[in-house]
Design a protein around this ligand. Sequence first.
Ligand SMILES: Nc1ncnc2c1ncn2[C@@H]1O[C@H](COP(=O)(O)OP(=O)(O)OP(=O)(O)O)[C@@H](O)[C@H]1O
Ligand SMILES: [Mg+2]
Length: 353
Amino acid sequence: MAIERKVTGRSIGPAEEQAFFSLRPSRLEDYVGQRELIAKLRIALEAARARKEPVGHILFHGPPGLGKTTLSHIIAEEMGSRLVKTSGPSLTRPADLMGILTGLREGDVLFIDEIHRLPRPVEEFLYPAMEDFRVDFVVDQGPMARTLNFPLKRFTAVGATTRPGSLTGALRERFYLLYHVDFYAEAELQEIIRRSAGRLELSIESEAAAELARRSRGTPRTANRLLLWARDFCQAKGDGAIRLRAVREALAMEGVDEAGLDGLDRSYLRTIVEHYGGGPVGVEAIAATMNEESDTLVDMVEPFLLRTGLVQRTRGGRRATPASYRHLGLALPKGLQPGLWSGEEAAGDEAKP
Ligand SMILES: Nc1ncnc2c1ncn2[C@@H]1O[C@H](COP(=O)(O)OP(=O)(O)OP(=O)(O)O)[C@@H](O)[C@H]1O
Ligand SMILES: [Mg+2]
């Protein structure tokens, strides 16, 4: 079920990546939003170019679908270099990484997606590569064992992760620049939708673009996906032009509500409110009640609900807020009046998921 959600920030597979291919900005100047990040990145890239050196290693962290992969493409493009892509889970042994590293040319950008999922021995193999552009490997065994050094071309590692907290300190310290990629403002999403519609040669009313932006959960991938869904809907049902009314119908059909929540989000909120009296309740208990994986809830449901204040994470677990009741159209229980309720436990945000 989770996989088929229209609102998820996560990629739903190669077919979607293909459909989005032409929508990806390829230069810094085409990148919408993340203005501070882009300003700093621009300086780092310009300085490196002036020195005729590869830019230092860069780590992007933040929720799925916000543009981390896109940024790695842009870095390669702006540096005039090649992008070599890999990912944490696909590198099972140091030898896998060895093959990639020794194939790198001067200035290449090595993109490592989901870098928090690198197996430890592979991660350790990466340290000297990032630090001194060399790899060390051991030949022979026992008393004959020797460590050989193999020099590498100077490259830029770009790591992406949705879970910066799962990264070891040792790996984090090997990055020169660390950037948090944040959710987008509605106006920025509207601009992204307008540009995507332009590239796809679609005609879209500005109110329709605004409506899609409002329901895209601050996430460009969701914005593009909802746009493509609205396009299909309008092509099947109308003259093809994307209008506000049709957008509303198309989103209702997918169960995406005014705030961009879908059935899974509402079922999560309902579980806290109806089964656990509004909480606090641990995410494992919520997951068991919903018959879902707790990782699914932590990665795909909670980030947006936390950000919009529809749920709070406290030391005791997850808690419904007055906004959750309002969103579900339920009366506030006594003791949870908005005035009295100050979210005093909100400081417990570091509580483990
Ligand atoms: N700033 C932006 N302007 C326009 N489009 C964007 C922007 N950021 C992302 N997109 C679009 O959103 C989609 C998702 O972006 P991307 O694949 O870079 O996300 P991601 O952060 O790598 O996500 P994941 O963590 O799932 O890999 C892409 O199709 C891209 O075209
Ligand atoms: Mg990505």
